[in-house]
Write a protein that binds this ligand. Structure first.
Ligand code: CDV
Length: 308
């Protein structure tokens, strides 16, 4: 058995006025709890250091730059890196990245047990819109504030396994998991901020949204025979509610633990990476069963074109 004790660190709401110092203190408390419970890896959500700012429209795009990190680690998050190294816990969290040459990404990083960054992923599937949309009950301006990620879906060897990352909306797309599956991924780490109500369909509330969250993560795990760790930022941020429902899903697609609150809440579960082998060697033995000669449309066509 290759066991990794994984801590999914769901975070409750972060208000717009709250600074990174307050947030990092909460993240440290979750990390201490994870250490006390024997965790090897702690996974925090998408945009873990700030409120989910893409809900706020800023006429001048540059006014949003205060939400972005210009280097990683920086002074604000150094305590996280130091504590993780002291506890010998690997960690992953999401943040808004502003590169030295002025590019904006919705990014997640992965460290090893010494606090060294071993992996970086930039969100590829950006939901929402770029301009203010009066038709929506709330704004979702990721297409205004971020560029699509430019790093693909890499995987890394860490803690004796093969790990990949995705960010929020990526989890709804089978391509996300399959590209990592084709690199032998054994564990996919995903943070999310999902509004409790669909901005374009008021009767799609938290129950349906939690169902889609489970459906996406469970399908991705099963169809690629890997663990999926899906971690929410949840609760009421300045009157805008986000779903909780953080889950750890095993390579059979079964949920092994699920968050009960919309607050800071730690789920810890022992994940055996060797449990990924059976599915990878049988029903989802890609080398034996995939028929790439029939998959061309997946990469040659973006939108659906029905027959005339
Ligand atoms: N942060 C996100 O990517 N949120 C989307 C919402 C807009 C649907 C999600 O897929 O959860």
């Amino acid at each position: 058995m290759r066991m990794i004790n994984v801590a999914a660190a769901q975070m409750g709401p972060i208000q717009r006025a709250e600074g990174r110092d307050v947030v990092v203190r909460r993240m440290l408390a979750l990390m201490d709890e994870a250490k006390a419970k024997g965790a090897d890896l702690i996974v925090y959500p998408e945009l873990a250091l700030t409120t989910f700012f893409p809900r706020w429209y800023m006429e001048n795009r540059a006014d949003a730059d205060g939400w972005f990190e210009r280097e990683m680690p920086n002074d604000a998050v150094r305590p996280l890196f130091d504590r993780a190294a002291r506890h010998e816990i690997a960690m992953s969290f999401g943040y808004a990245e502003l590169t030295p040459d002025g590019h904006h990404f919705n990014t997640a990083i992965l460290t090893d047990r010494t606090g060294n960054i071993v992996g970086k992923y930039r969100k590829i599937h950006l939901p929402g819109h770029a301009e203010f949309d009066p038709e929506r009950t709330h704004q979702h301006l990721e297409k205004r504030y971020f560029e699509p990620g430019d790093l693909g879906f890499p995987v890394w060897r860490n803690l004796g396994g093969i790990m990949g990352m995705a960010v929020c909306n990526d989890r709804r797309w089978p391509e996300t998991y399959r590209v990592m599956g084709l690199q032998g991924v054994e564990m996919v780490l995903i943070g999310y901020n999902t509004p409790s109500v669909n901005a374009q369909k008021g009767d799609e509330g938290p129950e349906k949204r939690l169902f889609h969250n489970r459906l996406s993560a469970q399908a991705g795990a099963y169809q690629n025979s890997c663990w999926v760790i899906a971690v929410a930022k949840a609760g009421d941020e300045d009157g805008h509610r986000l779903i909780g429902g953080s889950i750890i899903v095993n390579p059979d697609g079964e949920i092994v633990t699920e968050a009960k609150t919309e607050d800071d809440e730690l789920l810890v579960h022992p994940c055996d990476l060797d449990a990924t082998a059976f599915g990878k060697e049988t029903i989802f033995n890609f080398a034996a069963h995939r028929r790439t000669e029939h998959y061309g449309l997946i990469t040659s066509r973006t939108g659906a074109i029905p027959p005339t």
